[in-house]
Design a protein around this ligand. Structure first.
Ligand SMILES: [Zn+2]
Length: 84
């Protein structure tokens, strides 16, 4: 039986539910049936995984760049102190 991830539009609760034909799932918190179906965690495509890895790599590069900016700023501050 297919298991899907849902997010309740009424209260924001995320939950998993089995979907049976003719029987829609309801939010366990507020019983709303106004739900957004999310892609199943069991069916994450390899391209989505790749883009997730790419995002991580970009974050790391951004952190490295920030560190380099910080050390450059510190070097400039030292330089200014030497001038005066
Ligand atoms: Zn709800």
């Amino acid at each position: 039986m297919p298991l899907f991830d849902f997010q309740c539009r009424a209260c924001g609760r995320e939950f998993e539910a089995l979907v049976r034909p003719g029987h829609g799932p309801a939010c366990p918190a507020c019983s709303s049936q106004d739900l957004e179906q999310k892609p199943s965690t069991f069916a994450v495509s390899s391209s989505e995984r790749r883009s997730a890895i790419a995002r991580k790599t970009t974050e790391k590069a951004a952190q490295k760049g920030a560190q380099e900016n910080a050390s450059r700023a510190a070097a400039e501050a030292r330089h200014r102190n030497e001038d005066h």
